[in-house]
Design a protein around this ligand. Structure first.
Ligand code: SAM
Length: 215
């Protein structure tokens, strides 16, 4: 996928004009203190960042498209400053670079991660790299992961199907709690047209696995 071209041509079918219902439902699972910082990888211009800020959290996003970032701040009337590749506002800052070039230093202070349409935006080999890099740069802080699963033979991604088994493999160093799974096919016209009968929306809470102790 050429993401920059998608943004230039405004082919951004993933973008929603409402806050994600599953974020609202499951945010508290992250147990984030007010004032705590939450990382939103591959953030696009998601309004979910506004919701997170409204709940009293600081938000750090990373997004490869500068247009997406500028659109986010201007469309929501949020004053911002640009410092090199960092777009900064009072509660939300977005780093304009590739996720894969982020370091732990870029994310110092991050206490939790919110992933919606980020992992599932990537092809299978890249998902492996993504999961490993995410664990490294966030020092395995808790993740609210919204994924989806469907018969990949019937439709090419993105969004790609990511099964519960794959989540288990990708995040094998975490303790994984599946919070919810439901078939949302009634709301997914594109998937119905492809002959699919199911698209499961799966929400997970990933947390650092308890380390085995020898003592
Ligand atoms: C499917 S969209 C989801 C955006 C957002 N999470 C949402 O829910 O609206 C994926 C986004 O990731 C961005 N992206 C793709 N690869 C990236 C990378 N390596 N680093 C940073 N952003 C990337 C794209 O420009 C696009 O905005």
């Amino acid at each position: 996928v050429d993401w920059l071209q998608r943004w230039q041509e405004n082919k951004i079918g993933w973008h929603k004009n409402e806050i994600n219902a599953r974020l609202i439902k499951f945010l508290s699972q992250l147990n984030l203190n007010v004032g705590g910082t939450i990382f939103v990888p591959l953030c696009g211009k998601s309004l979910d960042m506004l919701y997170l800020a409204e709940q009293g959290f600081k938000v750090v996003g990373v997004e490869i498209s500068k247009k997406a970032i500028i659109d986010f701040f201007t469309e929501n009337n949020i004053p911002y400053q640009q410092q090199n590749d960092n777009f900064i506002s009072e509660n939300i800052s977005i780093i304009n670079k590739s996720f894969f070039e982020l370091t732990a230093t870029d994310l110092s202070g991050v206490k939790a991660v919110y992933d919606r349409a980020s992992l599932v935006a990537l092809d299978k080999p890249t998902r492996q790299t993504y999961a490993q890099h995410l664990a490294t740069i966030t020092q395995q802080c808790p993740i609210l992961l919204l994924a989806l699963d469907y018969d990949q033979d019937k439709l090419a991604g993105p969004p790609f199907a990511v099964s519960p088994d794959e989540v288990g493999e990708l995040f094998s160093d975490y303790q994984i709690t599946q919070l919810e799974s439901f078939n949302d096919i009634a709301n997914e016209t594109k998937f119905i047209s492809s002959g699919l009968k199911a698209i499961n929306k799966d929400s997970y809470y990933l947390s650092q696995a308890l380390l085995a102790s020898n003592s």
